[in-house]
Design a protein around this ligand. Sequence first.
Ligand SMILES: NC(=O)c1ccc[n+]([C@@H]2O[C@H](COP(=O)([O-])OP(=O)(O)OC[C@H]3O[C@@H](n4cnc5c(N)ncnc54)[C@H](OP(=O)(O)O)[C@@H]3O)[C@@H](O)[C@H]2O)c1
Length: 302
Amino acid sequence: MTSKSTTPNLDSGISLLGLGAMGGVLAQRLLELKQPITVWNRTPARADALVAAGAARADTVTDAVLANPVVITCLFRYASVRETLDPVADSLRGRTLIDLTTTTPDEARELGLWADAHGIDYLNGVIMAPPQLIGEPGAQILYSGSRDVYDRVADGLSVWAASTYDGPDPGAASLIDLAMLSAMYQMFAGLFHGAAMAGAQGMTATEFATRAIPFLEPLIAHFAVDAAIIDGGDYTVPGQQSLEFSDLSDIVRASDGVGVDSSTIGAVQALIRRQRDAGFGSEGFARIHESLRSAPKREDAA
Ligand SMILES: NC(=O)c1ccc[n+]([C@@H]2O[C@H](COP(=O)([O-])OP(=O)(O)OC[C@H]3O[C@@H](n4cnc5c(N)ncnc54)[C@H](OP(=O)(O)O)[C@@H]3O)[C@@H](O)[C@H]2O)c1
């Protein structure tokens, strides 16, 4: 994408559209730091406290867009972003749009094409923190899209969270966000499955957590070792647990035997089996990466 404007930094003024649980906290943080902002929300009452704290109120989306050179959206889903911005596309021309709404990679790319067609500089942002962590250590926002925009606003945006730029493809930040969430959900599903199995033995989930956390914490750090093996592409590196050793049948049977759904662990077993059936049983467990990344792309899935 080409740059349409001499993109301003955030000191030139921000309009924030969307004051839900997340947008409200983003606005609050800017006000605490005496950053002038204009706010708009579909349900106007949600802006009242922020206006009382010093924000300027925009009664319409057009007023919000025209008030400042940088427009930040934090709405619900992609459809609400387009519903809100489509009617004001002409007013956005020459301005900077930073969309912090969670979108899929293809939605972010589509918004990039839409912005390009209307002469709008666009940066996609994905917030990886709950509202209560905004401005706190550990909060992250991933950005992708216009490098020019990112370079000018990155310092200002760091008041919310540590910023990372993931490249010019607007969809990149969304894909990385979803990859992180995928890892998180599967990790928790694994913990919940373990707790259900131990529960069949009378252990509470809290007791299971007390035992599982010290067992798993050092293993999570070991992911960096597996990651280096995956990147090197050599699954025969000595010291790895082999796929033959990693037979999960006992776990699947024990889970089934106590009436606990074994589909999560069964899915891992299936990934292992594909590599063993292909003759790689003596290679390391990290080789299931090859099972995962060999699925055909589904064009209708994005
Ligand atoms: N909350 C979190 O923990 C969290 C964490 C990371 C990322 N995020 C992302 O941040 C974004 C906002 O989340 P949130 O927690 O603030 O959600 P929320 O509390 O449900 O707020 C949604 C916001 O979107 C507005 N909205 C919904 N549909 C709309 C439409 N059709 N037209 C115009 N405005 C519309 C709502 O306006 P009304 O007030 O009028 O309903 C409200 O301002 C989401 O994309 C979410 O995935 C949230």
